[in-house]
Design a protein around this ligand. Sequence first.
Ligand SMILES: [Zn+2]
Length: 159
Amino acid sequence: MNPTHSDLLGPSLPIPVYHAMERWHPERIHAVALYCSDGRWGEAFDEFCHRHLQLPRYDRLALPGGPGWLAGSAEDAGGHVDFLVRAHELERVVLITHYGCAWYGQRLQRSPDECLAAQAEDVQAAATVLHDRFPELRVEAYLAMRRHDWVTFHRLELG
Ligand SMILES: [Zn+2]
């Protein structure tokens, strides 16, 4: 049987409003970064993962508070992570928390400096959740710091 017109073109769609310069890449990179969704930090996170960690096209999990998501609502978050690890064959997880995160500022009603301890605790708790579920996963954690508009990254030790 000859393929029909719609088989060749896929679903019937309105004409494209934009053609991406970037191509789709079939290979998976087997790594995910979990960080805060605050868009003012997003390009710096991306640069750090690309240039320093050498992770092109890594999977991204961007939520308010970043790793705190995994530390808090363990059941729901755990299901998402289980899916990613299995379906995307993840081997490496990068946790990034950032200085002055509004998610912590609002919940704790504390200054950016005073929130850092809670953020480090959440990063550790997130790493523990991951390690308990997937002992093979390589988990690493960083604090993104800001002075004026300069962003630096600092490794957080995980226990
Ligand atoms: Zn944030």
